[in-house]
Design a protein around this ligand. Sequence first.
Ligand code: DNO
Length: 399
Amino acid sequence: MTLSMQECMRWYGPEDSVSLSDIRQAGASGIYTSLHELEYGEVWPQESIRARKRLIEDAGLKWVAVESLPLHEEIKTRNGNFKHYINNYKQSLKNLGAEGIDLVIYNFMPVLDWVRTDLAYRLKDGSECLFFDPVQFAAFEIYMLQRPGSENDYTTTQLEAAKEFYASMSDKQRAEFCNSIIDIFPGKKMSLKLEDIHELLAKYKGTDANTLKQNHYRFLQEVIPIAEEVGVKMAVHPDDPPFPILGLPRIVSTADDVRGLLGAVESPSNGICLCTGSFSPRASNDLPAMVREFGSRIHCTHLRSTQRNPDGSFYEASHLGGSIDMFEIVRELLLEMKRRQDDGRKDWQIPFRPDHGHTILDDLNKKRPENPGYSAIGRLKGLAELRGLQLGIARSFQK
Ligand code: DNO
């Protein structure tokens, strides 16, 4: 049998305009999804999990990964009601385990999840992709959010360019730009305002990288034993982008960070979601080496690439293009699966989903951004390319 990773797609639930049937037609067999309708911090009721699972299975697919079971901010800051939220988290893990859902993705990014400054960046061929530019982000924090001290995080050249960029926008453009930064929580409309961001930032006052790491490790020490008990694997998603923003630390950005968090609780339930795109804007992240080092604790992957620009900006490249070597990464992942088979591991198959995708063809005529990065056709292209790549590599192993 040819060695292959499990092909999956992200699905944003019954409201997603990309349906389960679309996903099945794309050839995927697994789903990464969440109960997006629930508030961050609430317990996930077992009946709701069961109902969602049934919906997916009725469409001939399998709920492979929970993406995400989000952490309430007070778990990350370890103040306020954090004990209550950790208990809720444990209960959700138990309810998931009881329904046979055994993989949970989460992240430890403070305040904002992933961040981009342009959700419809036009490439030369007319397609659109997601883009991050530190200059545009500077304009957001200096002129819109007005975060005290934010000017100190940028060079004079960047500050001048940010001023120009801000001046070039109309009021309408400014409002849209601002929203696209603070209101793209995956699958959720939080309707956050700038005041809410200030309030959230205030909760992190005095939380440096070391404190945030300790808070993460303590969360793991409390939660992983329960995950183990109920047969659930936890997979942390890296920071996106993988460097501090908003003056806040980000602590899952490098191989060193991963080494630290895996070492904090030595359990097979404490693992990572290897998101190649999130790690990739940092040139020093050697992704094939990370697969070799952390392989046995990689519970799932998001495969995507970015193109780094010399000025520190980056855009999302095609799945096999950009600044990373997707061939080497997939080869290492297949070798890891082989090792697992040799070791007799039942969970030898690593799931992947094509992460994000360009907006192309007919999707350019649709209303957007619904879920930025998650149009149907661009991801279908990514899935097909990755399927071909892994098939080619796997067949070459048999020669
Ligand atoms: C963006 C996603 C992230 C991811 C969460 C996981 O497209 O990769 O939002 O789902 O960070 O917790």
